[in-house]
Write a protein that binds this ligand. Structure first.
Ligand SMILES: [Zn+2]
Length: 165
């Protein structure tokens, strides 16, 4: 795992980019490696699959996507704003359920309860991306998807999601 665009940091189990070009905007320059966005990536290995005994061991690494300080602060502000708005929206739906609890039958309450979760979580992801786009930079996910090293790992059987047991 040595190439000219990245170095392996064994202590932190992460791959750090050496590129000075920000992956999230046009002309941003990377100043500190810690400003990079580190995305966890997982490898499934040694999967034993005998009817009653099933185990998945995985290796995990963080891959750094080069990012300038400006994009980092935009991403972090987007995250905070999105979290605030989505919690408020979910609370509003929950308040609506509680307020009308007597009138609704159980099914309706349960559906609305899931809706609150959906509004909260979906709103969080949506707003976070939206705030980044409005600021004119790539979303966290776009930077990950466009990263050649991440693509390499995905081709070699690694995954951006935790393997399920
Ligand atoms: Zn940038």
């Amino acid at each position: 795992m040595e190439d000219s665009t990245h170095v392996l940091n064994e202590r932190l189990k992460r791959i750090e980019p050496t590129s000075k070009k920000c992956s999230y905007c046009f002309d941003g320059k990377v100043e500190k490696v810690n400003d990079s966005y580190f995305v966890p990536i997982f490898k499934e290995k040694d999967r034993t699959n005998i009817i009653v005994y099933r185990s998945v061991k995985y290796a995990k690494l963080d891959i750094g996507i080069p990012r300038c300080p400006n994009c980092r602060s935009i991403h972090e502000a987007s995250k905070k704003k999105a979290l605030l708005f989505s919690i408020l929206a979910a609370v509003a739906v929950l308040a609506f359920i509680v307020y009308n609890f007597i009138d609704f039958n159980v099914i309706v309450s349960v559906i609305l309860f899931f809706l609150a979760g959906f509004v909260g979580f979906g709103g969080y992801v949506y707003l976070q991306n939206n705030f980044s786009r409005k600021a004119g930079i790539n979303t966290l996910k776009e930077g990950v998807e466009n990263d050649p090293l991440v693509q390499d790992f995905l081709m070699k059987g690694w995954s951006l999601t935790l393997p399920s047991a």
